[in-house]
Ligand binder design. Structure first.
Ligand SMILES: O=C(O)[C@H]1O[C@H](OP(=O)(O)OP(=O)(O)OC[C@H]2O[C@@H](n3ccc(=O)[nH]c3=O)[C@H](O)[C@@H]2O)[C@H](O)[C@@H](O)[C@H]1O
Length: 433
């Protein structure tokens, strides 16, 4: 028996029917084939469409997740920024406060908000000192309706966006790499924040329309090795003793340039060793308190010929008054969109306490408030950027906006210690008040 061939299988061999059937079959095959080709084509189209929509969905998800995971941007975020910047008093200002989660930034932001000004904070939450303290300050600000945007001064897009969303009337620029001695450890961070970051901010402000007036934190350290006492704004500031001081001095020159070319109103404030509640853990009064309470020794520097070092310690509330006075009298920037229209104010003020206190006396006061004896380890001042003393002449600030510090070190440290004990949970400890 003949085995059916493949052709037989495909084309039945019934004689007479073959041609017709074959033709019919071929026709059917053709249609089936055509039908399956068009089906395949449709399937292919469907698959292509599916792939394309998948890819576009993916990119939507990608950009969406970037959008949602970014710490700034979006309609809701813009709404928050606008709300935070809302002015609640007649003649009030809307202020961008850089370094808002910092020590001075937090206090100034609260004071502005309390009197009805609009405030938007900016802070990069770096880890120069315990970031959890910065987060706690941020929570405090949030509870008063102040938004703190997390971002860096060097982020041009963020700065531009902030000025697109709000026509800030003023910038209180307090973001900086602080600390005199740390500059030897991490010099780049000073250039990044105090020079590059400052220029980025000024670039944004000069292009803004309207241009804001700028008040910013310089430092008593610009007096460097100046020996004329008390330090007046007109004294020499060309002998910085630390890179920190040098970057602050550079800031004074850089802001002058932007005032001159673009008509930005600039006020530089030379802060003198600011202290108080919510302060900076890297500063002596703060780290001494921590060590005294923990029974650890404190290292006290002394100057040439075993002389005591002294600082014109200035209480935070006095500094806040100086900042607000400066903002209130800043005058307007004259330029717009990067074009100068006329001269604008350029000012520099000392904000100090006018009564220097020696470091051993600072420790005596802390001992009294803490009711704990310090273990003093006295060493010669290392050549690390320190200066032997500071002393402010504040007559310019007094004349210009009535600046008059009212808190002596004894009173100010009492308030600081009370805050410290409460914040770090010492309040219920016996022997400590
Ligand atoms: O006015 C400023 O422009 C600067 O003020 C602050 O610098 P300073 O005045 O140096 O404050 P701070 O460190 O508290 O030292 C105080 C005293 O304690 C002595 N000191 C310090 C540390 C130590 O371990 N031992 C010690 O004796 C030390 O020798 C000094 O005599 C800010 O930190 C700075 O960011 C800047 O804003």
């Amino acid at each position: 028996m003949k085995m059916p061939s493949l052709e037989d299988e495909l084309f039945p061999s019934t004689p007479g029917k073959f041609k017709i059937d074959r033709a019919h079959n071929m026709n059917r095959q053709f249609h089936r084939c055509f039908a399956s080709t068009s089906t395949m084509f449709l399937w292919a189209l469907f698959l292509i469409a599916l792939t394309a929509s998948y890819l576009s969905f993916q990119s939507f998800v990608d950009s969406g997740s970037r959008y949602f995971s970014a710490s700034w941007g979006g309609i809701q975020w813009e709404k928050h920024v606008r709300n935070s910047a809302q002015i609640h008093r007649s003649g009030g200002m809307s202020v961008l406060v850089t370094g808002a989660a910092g020590f001075v930034g937090t206090h100034v932001s609260l004071a502005l908000k309390k009197r009805g000004d609009g405030v938007v904070g900016l802070d990069n939450f770096n880890n120069y000192y315990d970031p959890s303290l910065k987060r706690a300050r941020k929570s405090l600000l949030n509870s008063h309706g102040i938004l703190v945007v997390e971002g860096d001064l060097n982020d041009a897009k963020l700065l531009t966006k902030l000025f697109d969303v709000v026509a800030f009337t003023h910038v209180m620029h307090l973001a900086a790499q602080a600390g005199v001695r740390y500059a030897m450890e991490n010099p780049n961070s000073y250039v990044h924040s105090n020079v590059a970051g400052l220029v980025m901010l000024l670039e944004t402000c000069k292009s803004a329309n309207p241009q804001p007036a700028i008040v910013w934190a310089s430092s008593s350290s610009v007096y460097g090795l100046n020996e004329k006492v008390p330090f007046s704004e007109a004294d020499r500031t060309d002998q910085p003793a630390s890179l920190y001081a040098a970057t602050k001095k550079a800031g004074e020159e850089i802001t002058h340039t932007y005032n001159h070319i673009y008509g930005l109103s600039i006020t530089g404030l030379r802060f003198f060793t600011v202290y108080g509640p919510w302060g900076r853990p890297d500063m002596a009064y703060f780290s001494f308190t921590r060590n005294i309470l923990q029974g650890k020794p404190i290292t006290m520097y002394r100057g040439k010929n075993r002389s005591d070092l002294a600082r014109d310690f200035t209480y935070i509330d006095d500094i806040v008054k100086g900042c607000l006075g400066s903002l209130d009298t800043s005058g307007k920037s004259t330029g717009s969109g990067g074009k100068k229209r006329g001269p604008a104010p350029y000012r520099i003020f000392n904000l100090g306490n006018t009564s220097p206190v020696k470091v051993p006396e600072l420790v005596n006061i802390l001992e009294r408030h803490l009711k704990v004896k310090a273990k003093r380890n006295i060493v010669d001042m290392p050549g690390n950027g320190d200066v032997p003393f500071t002393h402010a002449n504040i007559s310019s600030a007094q004349r210009e906006f009535g600046y008059k510090p009212t808190t002596d070190l004894q009173t100010g440290l009492k308030k600081f210690v009370r805050w410290y004990l409460s914040y770090y949970g010492y309040s219920n400890r016996k022997g400590v008040r």
